[in-house]
Design a protein. Sequence first.
Length: 319
Amino acid sequence: MAAAPPLVSVVMPVHNGAAFVEEAMASVLAQTHRRLELIVVDDGSTDDTAAIVERWAAGDSRVCLLQQPHRGQPEALNTGIGAAQGTFIGRIDHDDLCHPERFEVQLAWMERHGVDVCGCWMQRFGAARGIIRFARGHEAIRHQALFSSPVADGALLYRGDVIRENRYPPEVQIREGLAQCIRLSPSYRFGNVPRVLGHYRFHANQLTTRFAAAIRYRQGQIRARHFAAMFPDASPSDRAAFGLIVDGTPLDRDGLASVADLFLRRLRPDDRETRHRMQRRWRRICRSCIADDVATAEIRATILAALRGARHGSSSPIR
């Protein structure tokens, strides 16, 4: 007799999410992987969220509603994780949607590639369009985290023991997903399925819209710590050059040369996917450069050739 498929516990934190929570729940309960439980943690909502979830729970035994005073998303997540019974624990935000095959595909990907935490590509919908194509492999994800969020936290599937032993720090109220990824990636293997399995809703009331300035500041802090952890022997000039990237300040020739030196010495990984993504990051940095002369063009070409693996002069600092 074939073994029963693993139980997946899906944790959905929600605060005043009556407008979208029903649609998100329906997308979870329609999964082709049928052996799951949906744990909705109502974090002190004052709208009809609890009533909506209670109605669904009355009709589907896989739905569990937990309620608590408003404490913020990290503590709501931890409440759900504490109640989860699954071998795997998945995430979804109350305003996002799952592709029907999301958990079936993620489970297969985790077993095939030995991944501890699995994400996927995301389709934007609502006030924005387009596909977010996250890095696929672990090293590319760690490097991408230096510059942007490398996973969609609301689309992750964890091996249960990983997240039970490493719950969300309750004090991290902004960009808790990015902080969690960076905290876990030195010890656990991450991966993203290169396929759209989640739908990321953009709307006026989401946190990323309402607290954009605070989020940018917080992201800068998190990435600076990640850089220091990845490169503990980094010099003050390395940290200053990385700061120019994080700040997003348009670069003059000297600034571009400092960042070029950093790429030559620190950001030329052997991994093919990571190297390709560093090429794309370098091109994006060059587009923000305010200088346009022969010397600057030479810097751009030198770094691009180095990232492609071509022999192009010395690896010594460019000045």
